[in-house]
Design a binder for this molecule. Structure first.
Ligand code: IOT
Ligand code: MG
Ligand code: MG
Length: 505
């Protein structure tokens, strides 16, 4: 049976020398948890797989290694061509296991996907993220044991591990580290020491292409990325009516057997409903509009930090309206396509005409995305849905990032190459519509700012105060393990305002 969602959307896994016990799995993402215990190479492997019905395909045990896999692969056909004919492993975990037998950890250099994986080999444990680290993966390690999970909060009660210079420490969770993006961390079981192997890095050089070739390459790559992300049923596209999400909706509509669903969120203060409606009408999608009162939106701040486990206040502002949307969607188990991330390789957030500044911003953003968790599937997972982002497909990035800046800003337009690539399937007004960020179009930035100024934060300190709010939320819902329903945004804002005041006195 073809499945809409991946076999597993998250996991907790522990490898112990002495049998040991794994902490009870705690995830923000919804789903059932399938527990299993397996003895191999003199160690015990405990796994808890977060799933929606068929977790078997997320685990694979072979003589050389065991694989635990959350998420999905997008280049399965290519990967299968590397295996002997007839060796048709069913699920992604089996495929990774078969490739591991041939390539060892270099198998991860071959994968284009949205995943986190653990491989237990003899005497070592490997922890792998996709090229973008889009499914966050955390671990603690000590001699004789490794514990890993797709949410940091699942490791908050684990025994303290040793420091791991090859990974990023998590705030206030001693010994807990995040696996870097595009990396295989190899942990030696006897010592708990670890080595990082990079499997992808954003291109630093820039390619010069004629307009038509650049446009065709972008169209081809994006079309393919959308196609491989479609499940057996028509997907749901979160649509703002901007060029990024409208392109995804258009390509999905061109592929789906039936009408594609689209949904737009707005608040009582701001929305992009008219612009999204133009696209929905043009593509004849089954379109919905969800208006979220601003108070309710701000009440979802704790849930956003809980899901994203991110400390960056700007990122949290982008993710808050989307999290609120996912929580209001209703239904279960939708496959959601987004236009998220397009602005990073295309320099869309950058509003000026000078090319050096554009490429500086782009190089910076491609250098610093890791650990922000803005693509995390947990954001929609807390509503029971699976999201995926075609612009951060590995092949799409490998086309978009290296295009010389003059193809990204051209004829006075931002994201020119994408606009030119989509002209035949979208209304002209959509193709020409200037960029508007989700945090602006929903009034999120301004309403969050207002909350702080109302609590006495001076204008010039608002951004800093937002950072303190996000930190405090992180400490409550991730570090202390509180449920976000029990955390009041208002109280945390008061606390941050108070901290700021006492520091400036
Ligand atoms: P924006 O590009 O406006 O929105 C991101 C995605 O969220 C859209 O493509 C769309 O799928 C969905 N979306 C946005 N608004 C709505 C809406 N009203 N209703 C339904 N869905 C919507 C911020 C931004 O401008 O978002 N994200 C940037 C940049 C991230 C910066 N990160 C970084 N430097 N590491 C982005 O590239 O997506
Ligand atoms: Mg965008
Ligand atoms: Mg937008």
């Amino acid at each position: 049976m073809e499945r809409t969602l991946p076999a597993a959307t998250g996991f907790l896994a522990a490898v112990h020398q002495d049998g040991g016990r794994a902490p009870a799995p705690v995830f923000a993402s919804l789903g059932s948890c399938a527990l299993e215990r397996e003895e191999r190479h003199g160690h015990t492997l405990h796994t808890g797989l977060l799933h929606t019905g068929a977790p078997e395909a997320a685990r694979a045990y072979g003589p050389r290694c065991a694989v635990v896999f959350a998420g999905e692969l997008y280049n399965q056909a290519e990967l299968r061509s590397l295996l002997p004919p007839g060796a048709g492993p069913d699920g992604d975990a089996q495929l990774v296991r078969a490739l591991f037998d041939i390539y060892d950890l270099h198998a991860f250099r071959l994968l284009n996907g949205r995943f986190a994986a653990l491989v237990q080999g003899e005497g070592r444990v490997l922890l792998a993220t996709d090229h973008a680290g889009s499914v966050p993966l955390y671990l603690t390690a000590a001699p004789g044991r490794v514990l890993a999970a797709t949410e940091a909060k699942a490791l908050r009660t684990a025994p303290t591990g040793r420091p791991l210079p090859a990974a990023r420490p998590v705030r206030r969770l001693p010994g807990v580290h995040q696996v870097p993006a595009g990396t295989v961390l190899e942990v030696a079981l006897d010592t708990g020491g670890c080595t990082a192997h990079r499997t992808w890095a954003p291109p630093l050089s820039r390619r010069i292409l004629p307009e038509d070739e650049a446009v065709a390459a972008v169209r081809r790559a994006l079309e393919h990325a959308v196609q491989v992300r479609m499940g057996p049923e028509a997907p749901l596209v979160v649509l703002s009516g901007g060029i990024d999400s409208s392109s995804v909706a258009a390509l999905a509509a061109g592929r789906a057997a039936g009408p594609v669903d689209t949904v737009s969120m707005g608040t009582d203060e701001a929305d992009e409903f008219p612009q999204a409606r133009v696209v929905a009408a043009h593509l004849q999608t089954a379109h919905r509009e969800l208006t979220i009162p601003t108070d309710d939106l701000l009440r979802r701040l704790p849930h956003t930090v809980w899901a994203a486990e991110s400390l960056d206040p700007d990122i949290i502002e982008y993710l808050l309206p989307l999290t609120a949307l996912y929580l209001r969607l209703g239904g279960t188990g939708r496959r959601i396509l987004t236009g998220y991330g397009a602005d990073i390789p295309l320099g869309g957030m950058h509003r000026e005409d000078r090319l050096p500044a554009l490429d500086t911003a782009l190089a910076h953003d491609m250098e610093t995305f890791d650990g922000l968790n803005e693509m995390s599937p947990v954001l929609s997972g807390i509503g029971g849905h699976w999201s995926t982002h075609p612009y951060w497909d590995r092949e799409v990035l490998d086309v978009l990032v290296p295009l010389e800046a003059g193809l990204k800003r051209r004829y006075g337009q931002d994201k020119w190459v994408l606009r030119a690539a989509m002209g035949d399937v979208l209304p002209q007004e959509t193709v020409l519509r200037p960029k508007l960020g989700v945090h602006e179009g929903s009034g999120t930035t301004s309403s969050f700012s207002r909350l702080l100024t109302a609590a006495g934060v001076p204008q010039g300190r608002v951004h800093h105060a937002k950072r303190l709010v996000v930190q405090e939320l992180f400490d409550q819902v991730v570090v202390a393990g509180r449920h976000p329903d029990e955390v009041a945004t208002e109280e945390v804002v008061q606390l941050a305002a108070g901290q700021l005041e006492s520091r400036t006195q």
